[in-house]
Design a protein around this ligand. Structure first.
Ligand code: T5A
Length: 218
């Protein structure tokens, strides 16, 4: 099972990943992130978000996020899934479509195609979209990295982009309106959904094994 957390800056993804770590101690989970889920990715993350001495163009930035993802999939995500671990990733393909596509204005279909190429057929089973009003999310940020320094209008485009993607794939996205929920309330919603989803999956796998001819009706 491959789960991703997405949302505008300040929506609370990092907080939620840290809270999920309490589950991860007892279960077969891997918590990871884009960008920066590998040693290689950490160097790219520094260039992308913190190093003010360099300013990659929009296309160069896109390619760096894709490089981060390619390395991450090959060396971390695929091996973990092969070991039947539940992988939970802080940001993934949708962030690139939203930030570099909807917000920066690069071609969205091209980015989706690049994602397909880099992911080699791998797609999240379940994506939590932590939705937040751009003013609130932006107001929560104490220090701003290079992307966050783009400002409030950029964040509004980001939010609209995520909601658009979620409307295109309602079966994959679970939208959580975090505007009026505290951190623990959001955590409960995420945890419950993951548990329900995991139970459904194991039930389906068991049923497929026991009653293979019923597979098509599942
Ligand atoms: N990016 C990423 C791209 O442009 N393209 C890509 O392809 C990819 C993968 C990643 C940046 O890179 C960009 C998008 C991002 O700008 P990051 O550090 O991973 O950089 O950025 P974020 O994931 O946005 O991390 P942030 O820390 O900025 O925001 P979070 O994780 O959404 O928010 P969090 O958990 O740090 O919380 C922020 C504050 O809000 C409080 C927390 O305590 C904290 O103080 N908070 C709440 N307060 C009230 N109610 C709640 N429910 C709260 N939840 C959290």
């Amino acid at each position: 099972m491959f789960i991703t957390l997405e949302g505008p800056d300040g929506a609370g993804k990092t907080t939620q990943i840290n809270l999920l770590a309490s589950i991860a101690k007892n279960e077969n989970y891997l918590l990871t992130r884009n960008p920066g889920g590998t040693e290689f990715g950490l160097k790219l993350r520094e260039i992308l978000l913190n190093d003010n001495s360099v300013s990659p163009s929009a296309i160069a930035e896109l390619m760096l996020y894709m490089s981060d993802r390619a390395q991450h999939i090959e060396t971390v995500i695929k091996p973990a899934l092969a070991k039947n671990q539940i992988v939970i990733c802080d940001r993934f393909i949708d962030s690139t479509v939203v930030y570099q596509g909807y917000a920066r204005g690069l071609n969205i279909d091209f980015i989706k195609g690049l994602n397909d190429f880099v992911c080699q057929g791998l797609k999240p089973d379940l994506t939590f979209l932590l939705d937040i009003d751009a003013n609130i999310g932006f107001g929560r940020l104490k220090s701003k990295d290079k992307i966050e320094a783009e400002g409030l209008d950029f964040q509004k485009k980001v939010r609209a982009g995520f909601l658009e993607l979620a409307s295109q794939e309602p079966n994959r996205f679970e939208i959580i309106d975090t505007n009026a929920l505290n951190e623990l309330q959001v955590h409960e919603k995420i945890k419950n959904k993951i548990m329900t989803y995991a139970k459904t999956l194991s039930f389906q796998q068991l049923t497929r094994k026991t009653f293979p001819k019923c597979e098509q009706s599942l």
